[in-house]
Design a protein around this ligand. Structure first.
Ligand code: CMP
Length: 140
């Protein structure tokens, strides 16, 4: 079922470079509403769990080390056609292949340090959002 939600992470390279604000501005200007958001840092074990689907890939160990190397921002985003539109906004996984004007073309450093994550399906958007947010928190 289409949920109109997707999940993103601003990865350690973009966070440490001070690009989180500029990336969030692009996301909001593209019409995405931030439903939940937090800054956090993964352990190698939690990074491994999040990316478990890639565990047989040759880049898995490096990816887990990289994703736990510094703070990130995790967020649930809402917009009509969210998964597909967000993948267009961020561009191809490898910034060398990403279209001009996309977040990865502007901010990514390499195929691994590629600035942002975006869910690849509605099903994974829900799984990945639930990985970070057990409920949408409200204070007071
Ligand atoms: P992401 O969209 O978060 O999903 C898997 C991540 O693995 C990807 O972005 C990259 O950060 C990382 N990665 C590293 N090397 C590769 C590769 N050769 N192919 C795909 N993803 C890679």
């Amino acid at each position: 079922m289409a949920t109109n939600r997707t999940f993103t992470m601003i990865k350690p390279d973009a966070f440490s470079a001070g690009n989180s604000g500029a990336i969030l501005k692009m996301i909001e200007e593209a019409g995405f509403k931030i439903i939940a958001m937090k800054a956090t840092q993964l352990t190698p074990a939690t990074a491994g769990k999040f990316y478990e689907v890639h565990k047989e890939r040759p880049f898995y160990a490096d990816l887990c080390a990289y994703m736990s190397s510094g703070p990130i921002i995790a967020a649930i985003l809402e917009k009509e056609n969210a998964v597909e539109d967000f993948r267009k906004l961020i561009g191809a996984t490898n910034p060398a292949d990403a279209a001009e004007g996309t977040i990865r073309k502007i901010f990514a450093k390499s195929i691994e340090a590629n600035a942002v994550h975006g869910s690849d399906s509605d099903e994974n958007a829900a799984i990945e959002g639930n990985f970070y947010f057990s409920q949408i928190e409200r204070i007071g």
